[in-house]
Design a binder for this molecule. Sequence first.
Ligand code: ADP
Ligand code: MG
Length: 584
Amino acid sequence: MAETALKAKKPGTTTTAEAQQELTDGFHLVIDALKLNGLNTIYGVPGIPITDFGRMAQAAGIRVISFRHEQNAGNAAAIAGFLTKKPGICLTVSAPGFLNGLTALANATTNCFPMILISGSSEREIVDLQQGDYEEMDQLAIAKPLCKAAFRVLHAADIGIGVARAIRAAVSGRPGGVYLDLPAKLFSQVMDAEAGAKSLVKVIDPAPAQLPAPAAVKRALDVLKGAKRPLIILGKGAAYAQADDAIRALIEKSGVPFLPMSMAKGLLPDTHPLCAGAARSTVLKDADVVMMIGARLNWLLSHGKGKTWGEPGSKKFIQIDIEPKEMDSNVEIVAPVVGDIGSCISALLEGMGSKWPAAPADWISAVNTRKEENIAKMSSKLMKNSAPMDFHSALGALRTVIKERPDVILVNEGANTLDLARGVIDMYQPRKRLDVGTWGVMGIGMGFAVGAAVETGKSVLAVEGDSAFGFSGMEVETICRYNLPVCIVVFNNNGIYRGTDVNPTGGSDPATTVFVKDARYDKIMEGFGGVGVHVTTPDELSRAVNKAIDSRKPTLINAAIDPAAGSESGRIGNLNPQSVVRKK
Ligand code: ADP
Ligand code: MG
């Protein structure tokens, strides 16, 4: 048939016999399908078989950001998805590149971030017979259990449908990661240009609103109205939903204290009178009704039970989520409200009417008392200007920077660097805090920083533990190459958790958790033409960060932290088993 006859020719060429017939191919169709759907940025690493695809995408006006490792490209795509509600696109080579990207895809799925991992793959006929192709791997089968959906396109004429399915799967319902397998041969498959154009699909309403049932809304309001000590927990699903005004209205109208999960910080300012962040343990323990908005009762919330949550049976949970299967996943949800957060919050607001009772005054004042105590306790720790710095004094400096520059995007990973920054640095605007998320994964730093800078054009401040930074540190080259307004602060305490461990055998190998002593991470940045600064006091740190943000130049600040500061696994030491039996 026509397709085979045309195959040998380059796109755009015609013979006299087929005069006037314009051709297209897989390369062009994928690019056109992405552009048609407003997917104008690709994060990836070039190589076989997608090198030319990347070039052609750039030539066609897509912004192509080339990384040094696929996992970082994948993390950039994932955070692009979180920030924009459009699937972030990651492009990789086959087998090993695909596997590197897959870590980010699985992480995106776990966090409910929409992204599409597009990987080139080897010859199907050879892979399926296991005849040993270049980078042979059954990528589709491997991706399937690790993401929300996985598709392979074998015919150029199906590219439009394949891309459309991938987009819908990524952003509809609970968002997540989608794998799209594109075998090398597909790219050069040729077809008639007009038929090709017709085969493309512009996805209409990719994430349709999901309205909650009126009875579910009423049930939730009845439970909330009966509360003596109500609490609202905002999760990153609430941040993702971009229903910021409605969420603020719900909280202010109900007068209920709210607790933001890490990436929901700033949805309302942490300094809002109803923010209970500084009274976290009290409100979790004492609340009698908890309304979860786009947050899951997973390990980050002790599964909704145990001593964090006070007396067993002392709570009723209302949960607002787009995923019906999330309900009752850990504890009974007495009032499930299933739908998209925007629609659910609007329905709740409407149901509350104009005469909603004020939250009980004794509860509000108990929460405020505890907040004030905790804030006072913390504030003295943040003001020390000593060398070497500890975590609190260094973070105190950064806290002021964010207060003065609330639209800077904060990326944060590490152990102590993460746990303490989350508590110390107040956030003031939605979706400005990006961190290790549901898995508590290390290695998101530079990928998130690049993705956030590219998608928003805003300055990014990446606050990184020295260990965490190492997972994606080579991307400082990427940051310099694209001249992105990213300022990295490495909290350098010479090791993982602390820099003071010693080898128990007394041998010459270092202890397993320490790094090169007094390393100068700032020199890496200088090597690529960025600005490197070494600081030892909070004053120097804040001067250097302010300068970096003003200049918008790629900057890495090596912040020397006392190697003895820091605790094992930060705040989650309980998850790190320690032997009580030590052999001599
Ligand atoms: P956090 O870690 O901040 O608590 P989670 O990632 O655990 O947040 O929870 C996010 C929840 O938000 C998920 O259960 C997800 O299904 C839900 N979610 C994501 N987007 C939406 C949306 N637009 N509408 C409703 N629920 C959403
Ligand atoms: Mg460290």
